[in-house]
Ligand binder design. Sequence first.
Ligand code: AMP
Ligand code: ZN
Length: 467
Amino acid sequence: MTIRFYNTLSRRLAPFEPLTPGRVRIYTCGPTVYNYAHIGNFRTYAFEDLLRRFLKWKGFEVVQVMNVTDVDDKTIRGAREAGVTLDEYTRPYIDAFYDDLDTLRLQRSEHYPRATEHVPEMLELIERLEANGHTYLSEGAVYYRISTFPSYGKLSGVDLDSLQPGARVDVDEYAKEEARDFALWKAAREGEPHWESRWGPGRPGWHIECSAMSMKYLGESFDIHTGGVDNIFPHHENEIAQSEGATGKPFVKYWLHSAHLIVEGQKMSKSLGNQYTLRDLLAKGYDPLAIRYLLLATHYRRQLNLTLEGLEAAAAAVTRLADFYRRVGEYDGDGPDDFEEPTGTAGGKFEAALDDDLGVAEALAALFDLVTAANRAMDAGELSAAGRKSLHATLDSFDEVLDVFHPTPVVLDEEIERLIAEREEARRAQDYARADALRARLAAAGVVLEDTPSGVRWKRGAAGASD
Ligand code: AMP
Ligand code: ZN
């Protein structure tokens, strides 16, 4: 069956055909590393993980790029308040982000370009825009004049005609529904990090980074661009204006956006105190695998309401799946039933559901029907050895997409201490690859590390004792 995705650009479900047969290029807006990512961010990253795994499962080669925003209004403010350099300030949050990806089993992208390492590419892009007549200068800053890009608004529906003459913004994020000229390059301010340019010292705006880095790694036109719905305007609208304004070619074929996660029916916000990080949830004792399941199980275009009951139901679901998977592995009966029909039906439904705009709820329903039927066949000793084998293979295939059948490994306290000591030693020996591998192993067990001036502290979220 053909794959269909809902394309925000055309506002409808459309058959998916990559620009190059067999190969899918995806760009994903990544974290701004001024803090730990919150659980809402991971809702979007989990959707992107499902998309990536699904396309690989369908046989495509996937090249995915996720940027790391390590210079913007927030990171600069954070570094200044902490009295450290931008790099010193963002580094621990970048490390923590990779740990959190491992904890949630979110597959790594092929590239994680950092904004601070791609300023020359951004300057080059701004020069192209200048040459094409899309920019103007004001007080040492370079702005994009959006009235020079007639299709501005095609992604978000924002109305270019509502543009007030001279209306422009310096801040990276701005109010919805207000078409405004935005800064590509901002003039250096006292005490802020800056780079040289032909317009004088300054730093890039947020939007230009994603245009420059996506095109560097994926080409001027590529297949899929993802993010949360809040990215549609102004960020993605501005990316289109920048990229197409420079190249004259269509930038992205399919735009996919995930709806937001809310908590107990309310929008997450600092003032409500409900802006949980993954670490907060682990510290409350939730199993990372249950959190993964919860983030995946709601269709990406539906709002996800994070509740206590939802977390408990997710924990029950992953326990049921893990028990079932183990039982199928250990089943040694050899009854008369090859179980071909239920296994085949579940496989067909699972694939058809995901083909249809990642219909994960229907895919999980097909899986749970299979669990019920197979448990019954095993209870009665009717399942044949051959049937068990093909059932097991089907489950392994499903798990390439879902990655929820293998429970979070339980690691004993002594083992954790030993791995941490080993990692310290690797770091002293400057064997960073080994240090990272050890950290990833701990993360996969739901153990989070925090490097403090007085040494490493750890916490765990998976079943077992905690410190
Ligand atoms: P940010 O670090 O704010 O740029 O966000 C990183 C990613 O998380 C972007 O794709 C956002 O659209 C997405 N995001 C932010 N808040 C939420 C939320 N509450 N639920 C789901 N995704 C979100
Ligand atoms: Zn972006």
